[in-house]
Design a binder for this molecule. Structure first.
Ligand SMILES: NC(=O)c1ccc[n+]([C@@H]2O[C@H](COP(=O)([O-])OP(=O)(O)OC[C@H]3O[C@@H](n4cnc5c(N)ncnc54)[C@H](O)[C@@H]3O)[C@@H](O)[C@H]2O)c1
Length: 440
């Protein structure tokens, strides 16, 4: 079993660190955010992620998992250092690597013996070699020689089911050049390796490309069905039946064929931008990805127009928004469609009554620019109270099973916008709602 440092204790770093500790490794999760580390030391989990609290407390109690702001403490003596810092989009769409660079340099400043530096962050093709050169540069500034290898080990976990995904992945991808690094990674992932999880070893560039190609492909799939949905609306077809029938084709598969308000979150938007940028940089434009990015922006804007048309203008109207997080079971609001929808509604003159089971705190600062137009409700029924329309933006379970009779009484006009297609038109119309979905 290995001794591991994880640099960056966000969604990926915390989940990876806790799960690697659960695999029997000794892990120090390090972050520059002192508040986050203090909270974790007190047993408080800074993110909402089902199952994480249990796995963290269990491994802290077993002495395999600890937290620190001190890179030296985390890195010295580690067999592997995982870099799990953010890679947000820069102004030109490329992945901003400043946090990765700073993490790599801090590894070099604290390196004593051989170590494997693992890129866990999603980083463009060529980054592992940059990480190597940043470390080399820093070591020569120190005037010391140290042996190390850089490995690319992209992460495929999904927020909301991150612990399950990390511990039961569809595949583990390891981009590595030396046998020594490959052997160490097998040791780190011993539990999965022995469980016969597909374990794919590649070169560095291939591993980096696998992550972007996977996320871009999923984004294309979502966007494709959204465009089919828009066409269905005009042509009198029902996208849910179309998707169900398409999904039965084994070559297509049923996943990621749910039409809705457009994809959001911390990964797809920035990873598609970065992949498009990489294509342009290499003179091989990713035209499908470029088009997907544009179509996804249009899809979010289209939702505002749908609501505006459905209720006869926005000025002076009140709209209840159910669900703010970019998907259920997370408090992450990065690039959430709810942001674009709320901003669009507010700029059209509507007042918003919004709710989310866990993302309220995130929403308050992300939507601060429209704070005079938005009220954060206690729950879904408080949000709906007196509104001209209810809009389901995120399909949390509790919004799948609303007390519809109560909703009808609380609304001032019975307009029901189901942007996730989770209700049945016939049921809602039978109760006297005006029902609007996506692609039906
Ligand atoms: N969130 C996901 O679902 C997901 C899934 C797969 C891959 N990824 C990728 O993983 C990476 C991390 O994503 P995230 O969502 O966990 O980000 P995050 O913003 O939640 O966490 C990043 C953390 O890194 C810390 N940090 C930044 N610079 C640091 C430094 N030099 N030293 C120590 N800590 C530092 C920040 O304080 C923050 O806590 C990204 O590249 C992302 O694309 C994310």
């Amino acid at each position: 079993m290995s001794s591991i440092a994880v640099i960056g204790t966000g969604y990926v770093g915390l989940v990876s660190g806790a799960c690697l500790a659960d695999f029997g490794n000794t892990v120090v999760c390090m972050d520059t955010d002192g508040k986050k580390i203090e909270a974790l030391k007190k047993g408080e989990i800074p993110i909402y992620e089902p199952g994480i609290e249990d796995i963290v407390s269990r491994n802290v109690a077993a002495g395999r998992l600890s937290f620190s702001t001190d890179p030296a403490l985390a890195i010295k003596g580690a067999d592997a250092v995982f870099i799990a810092v953010g890679t947000p989009p820069a102004d030109d769409g490329s992945a901003d690597l400043k946090y990765v660079e700073s993490a790599a340099r801090s590894v070099a400043r604290n390196l004593e013996g051989y170590v494997v530096v693992v890129d866990k962050s999603t980083v463009p093709v060529g980054t592992a070699r940059k990480v190597k050169s940043w470390i080399d540069e820093e070591l020569s500034l120190r005037g010391v020689k140290r042996e190390f290898d850089v490995v690319s080990n992209p992460e495929f976990l999904r927020e909301g089911s991150a612990v399950q995904d990390f511990t039961h992945p569809d595949r583990v991808v390891i981009g590595a050049e030396s046998d020594r690094a490959k052997k160490l990674m097998k040791d780190v992932y011993r539990v999965l390796y022995l469980n016969e999880t597909p374990y794919i070893e590649t070169n560095l560039e291939t591993a980096e490309m696998i992550k972007y190609a996977s996320n871009a492909f999923l984004s294309v799939k979502i966007t494709f069905i959204n465009e089919v949905a828009n066409l269905c609306e005009k042509a009198g077809a029902n996208v849910q039946d179309v998707a169900r029938a398409m999904g039965k084709d084994g070559r297509i598969g049923s996943k990621f064929l749910h039409s809705g308000p457009g994809y959001g979150g911390s990964c797809f938007p920035k990873d598609t931008l970065a992949m498009a940028r990489t294509g342009r940089d290499f003179g091989e434009p990713m035209s499908i990805v470029e088009t997907t990015i544009e179509a996804n922006e249009r899809q979010k804007a289209r939702m505002v127009v749908k609501i505006e048309k459905g209720i006869g203008g926005l000025e002076g109207k009140t709209v209840a928004i159910l669900g703010l997080a970019f998907k259920p079971n997370t408090d992450d609001m990065r690039e959430a469609p709810a942001i674009a929808i709320c901003l669009g509604l507010a700029s059209g003159g509507a007042k918003i009554r919004a709710c989310d089971p866990v993302a309220g705190k995130e929403a308050a600062w992300r939507l601060a620019s429209i704070k005079d137009s938005i009220y954060f409700a206690r729950d879904e029924y408080d949000a709906i109270q007196g509104a001209d329309a209810v809009v389901i933006v995120t399909e949390w379970n509790q919004y799948r099973n609303l007390d519809l009779a109560k909703v009808k009484t609380l609304l001032s006009s019975p307009n029901f916008f189901d942007l996730r297609n989770i209700y049945k038109r016939s049921d809602l119309e039978a109760m006297g709602f005006r029902y609007f979905a996506v692609g039906q």
